[in-house]
Write a protein that binds this ligand. Structure first.
Ligand SMILES: Nc1nc2c(c(=O)[nH]1)N[C@H]1C(S)=C(S)[C@@H](COP(=O)(O)O)O[C@H]1N2
Ligand SMILES: [Mo]
Length: 396
């Protein structure tokens, strides 16, 4: 299939049930309420509003983790409702001893998983397409797909079992190289092609390193929209790796493929190898203000600006803010102990004297020494926009 034949990867052409009547869910495939003060509906997805990380009345920030009810949702199709008691995780393939087949898999119930040693991590989930809309608004490059601003990301504490433990329990052999988790959500259909259920191969090395098969988010059982009864959490990697509603996991002694590591979630375009770059893995550094675009601030008083910065696999080292369109930069004050898989909250005090329009910018440098650039590398699908984002505000 020519890479151009498919519809944009973060977009679905699937017909959503007709809506428009008062009280209809803004995104029919999402179960939880999506109040307009917390979310922007985008196709089958719900983007978190960054200004919702500050309580409107008290100005108090919410903690490092995003409450489940405010967490962004990225669905290729729609949230399935799965009976946790009837659910079984099924593992099969040539990388397990005895090479069990798909119709005679090794099975785990939720109770079986809960009986294995529990593990927890605090980690971000971030869509590869997060911030995509800035390719167009800042770089004048048209890219198809869901036009996220910066709200396709969230942080939570996750609890479950290490995928490594599940794989070993299932009889992992030394020949295994790839695992392929598949979701129980409906098949993804776009541009007239049925791609089957959402599934993306994961190299065994990552699977054994730090991947969690999570059944809890922020101390509660997973909710339907975020993968109940169990999902993967793949720290530092693009969100598509963190398959929700996992039903089966194939374990193979040879490389595995699906549209999600061949057609989608790779870089295509003039700056990339012919036929596309390697399947996307690590996320890139980003920064965001906990402020609405176009926020209005009073002249002549000091404002404490709040924001968060993060970088896929390295801790934040420093954050700088510019209030003059990027000419001068000052350090922001870090408010969290930086950690590799989470964001770091920061503050910056600003006293604008003149009224008028301003552009705020924040940029981070991570512990590998990577600083957010002024422009992001174009790729046809608009993945991994890590450039500094201009945030307009008005001072009155
Ligand atoms: N089964 C399944 N898993 C999935 C998806 C999906 O559509 N189906 N979307 C992926 C993508 S692209 C992202 S960014 C994350 C989003 O997780 P969240 O909805 O919990 O925020 O889930 C990933 N896991
Ligand atoms: Mo995503």
């Amino acid at each position: 299939m020519a890479a151009d034949d498919h519809a944009p990867s973060e977009h679905t052409d699937e017909a959503a049930p007709a809506s428009g009547t008062a009280g209809t869910r803004p995104v029919p495939g999402i179960v939880k309420p999506l109040p307009a003060e917390w979310f922007v509906p985008r196709d089958t997805n719900a983007e978190m509003r960054w200004d919702a990380l500050r309580d409107a009345d008290s100005g108090t920030g919410i903690g490092r983790h995003v409450p489940v009810e405010r967490f962004f949702v990225r669905n290729h199709t729609s949230t399935p409702l799965i009976d946790p008691d009837a659910w079984r995780l099924k593992l099969f393939g040539t990388g397990l001893s005895g090479a069990p087949t798909a119709d005679r898999p090794v099975e785990f119930s939720l109770a079986d998983l809960r009986a294995l040693p529990a593990a927890g991590i605090s980690a971000l989930i971030e869509c590869a397409g997060n911030a995509r809309s800035y390719y167009r608004s800042q770089q004048h490059q048209f890219v198809p797909g869901t036009p996220w601003t910066l709200g396709g990301v969230g942080s939570a504490s996750w609890r479950g079992v290490r995928l490594a433990d599940v794989l070993r329990e299932a009889g992992l052999t030394p020949d295994a190289v790839d695992v392929l988790p598949t979701g129980l959500d409906p098949s993804y259909v776009a541009g007239g092609t049925d791609y089957g259920p959402v599934r993306r191969p994961l190299p065994l090395a990552k699977a054994l390193d730090d991947v969690l098969l999570a059944y809890e988010m922020n101390g509660e059982p997973l909710t339907p929209d975020h993968g109940a009864p169990a999902r993967l959490v793949v720290p530092g990697w693009v969100g598509i790796a963190s398959i929700k509603w996992v039903g089966t996991i194939e374990v193979a002694d040879r490389p595995l493929y699906s549209p999600w590591n061949t057609d989608f979630y790779r870089m295509f375009g003039p700056d990339h190898p012919p036929g596309g770059g390697a399947p996307l893995t690590e996320q890139v550094p980003k920064s965001a203000f906990e402020l609405a675009a176009g926020a209005v601030l009073a002249a002549g008083s000091t404002h404490r600006l709040h924001g968060r910065s993060w970088s896929g696999v390295a801790a934040v080292r420093r954050v700088e803010v510019s209030t003059d369109g990027g000419r001068t930069w000052r350090r922001a004050e870090l408010r969290d102990e930086p950690s590799a898989h989470n964001w770091t909250r920061w503050t910056f005090d600003w006293r604008p004297e003149r009224s008028g329009p301003y552009e705020l910018r924040a940029r981070t440098t991570d512990h590998r020494g990577t600083t957010q650039p002024d422009t992001a590398l174009f790729n046809r699908e608009g993945y991994l926009f890590g450039a500094v984002v201009a945030h307009p505000v008005t001072v009155v």
